[in-house]
Ligand binder design. Structure first.
Ligand code: ASP
Ligand code: MG
Length: 406
């Protein structure tokens, strides 16, 4: 009996298509999947290093330039990889159709370099599949209303893959990368980190925004919205990796699923600041206009006055310092703390257990690690600490919450 073949979106990252040998490897793998009855829709990143190389070229002319030409330049990397992949598939006797965003109709808004996908022409993909061809789609790019090329932000090919999976209601979405799975902590920092078989969307979203670089944040957000199951796995091994699924489909919810960190963090402290929300609105309005990403914010008060502290990525520090000293430098004293790091624990199981924050603080306190700022949600606890304590904090928390590989 012939069953209808399952449509699987397969996204290959830069290292997976980083050389001709690797592109040939990907093509052989796709051929095997076709022989096993799958109907693949392929999405590819640019060859590894290519997007950086293009950014470098633009930078040699004007490192501050952003705009239409920048997106058009960056999008060119994917045109090369999808064409080479199509050639490798044709060599193996398969029919392939490489597609740029404008050919497929991947429509985005007009926020160049950070565009959001608005729609994908599912009819077109379905038609190509029904003609017995494999669509090979350029990741990371789109077109806006006036047919200008846009890009989705670094790492955005993941998001292209999930958007396509949602549009054509694919059976699953596989993200092929150079690591075998999502780990319970960064293995470079925590030797006993282990692979996580299943994660829930909420956890993966927190992890992506807390510093785990495995998946593009928007991709997980979209997957959650349309309930697209993501299978993150290695291009270089056949075994399964991590499944990212709706919460109700997970077998069990451990209290903590992962320890994540962001090493390049800074803290800015301001004192004394005017009471009331007017000042906060003004300050964070100015920072947001300058595209500074602010993370944890705290306020405290004593007899001497009101204090404000917030954390931000090191890469935005100079910009933030400029904005603040220009606007309030004569009235407020500004203290900048560099060499900070953010350490977090994430897990949907936290919702059902008390004492998680206590255990988190207890581990830090037993290791004499001071905390500058703290924030919690129902599925995470994060703290800003000194960077030199990061390794201790990560390893001890990993052990405390039973995550160590045995
Ligand atoms: N090529 C783009 C980048 O390097 C998009 C991607 O790889 O997902 O960011
Ligand atoms: Mg990536």
């Amino acid at each position: 009996m012939k069953t209808q073949s399952s449509i699987v979106v397969k996204k290959f990252g830069g290292t997976s298509v980083g050389s001709i040998a690797r592109i040939e490897n990907v093509a052989s793998r796709i051929k095997e999947d076709v022989e096993n009855g799958q109907s693949p829709v392929v999405v590819s990143s640019a060859m590894s290093g290519e997007t950086n190389r293009l950014i470098g070229l633009a930078g040699e002319i004007d490192s501050k330039y952003r705009g239409e030409a920048y997106d058009m330049l960056l999008a060119s990397g994917e045109q090369v990889s999808i064409s080479l992949l199509a050639i490798a598939l044709e060599k193996r006797g398969l029919k392939a159709e490489p597609l740029l965003a404008y050919q497929l109709g991947i429509k985005t808004d007009s926020i160049f370099s950070k565009a959001r996908i608005l729609s994908v022409d599912h009819e077109k993909i379905k038609q190509i599949i029904s003609e017995g061809k494999i669509p090979i789609v350029a990741g990371f790019q789109g077109i806006n209303q006036t047919s200008k090329i846009t890009t989705l932000g670094r790492g955005g090919s993941d998001t292209t893959a999930v958007a396509i999976a949602a549009a054509i209601k694919a059976d699953s979405c596989e993200i092929y990368t150079d690591v075998p799975a999502v780990f319970s902590a960064d293995p470079r920092l925590v030797k006993k980190a282990r692979e996580i078989p299943t994660l829930r969307y909420d956890e993966m979203m927190e992890m992506a925004s807390l510093g785990s670089k495995v998946l593009h944040f928007r991709c997980v957000e979209l997957a959650a919205k349309y309930k697209i199951k993501i299978h993150l796995r290695s291009t270089f091994e056949k075994r399964e990796g991590t499944f990212i699924v709706p919460e109700e489909e997970a077998m069990e919810n451990p209290v903590v699923s992962a320890v994540t960190h962001e090493a390049l963090t800074a803290v800015i402290k301001l004192f004394p600041v005017p009471k009331g929300s007017g000042f906060l609105a003004d300050l964070f309005g100015k920072l947001s206009e300058a595209s500074v990403v602010v993370d944890i914010i705290t306020q405290s008060h004593n007899e001497e006055g009101q204090r404000l502290a917030f954390s931000l990525p090191m890469s935005d520090l100079e910009l933030a310092r400029d904005v603040i000293s220009k606007a309030y430098g004569d009235k407020v004293s500004i203290t900048v703390m560099e060499d900070k790091a953010k350490i977090s624990i994430v897990g949907v199981g936290m919702r059902n257990y008390s004492g998680v924050a206590y255990r988190f603080f207890n581990v830090l306190s037993k290791n004499n690690i001071d905390i500058d700022l703290v924030t919690t949600s129902d599925i995470k606890v994060s703290a800003i600490i000194d960077k030199e304590s990061l390794s201790d904090a990560a390893n001890q928390l990993h052990t405390e919450f039973g995550l160590d590989a045995t």
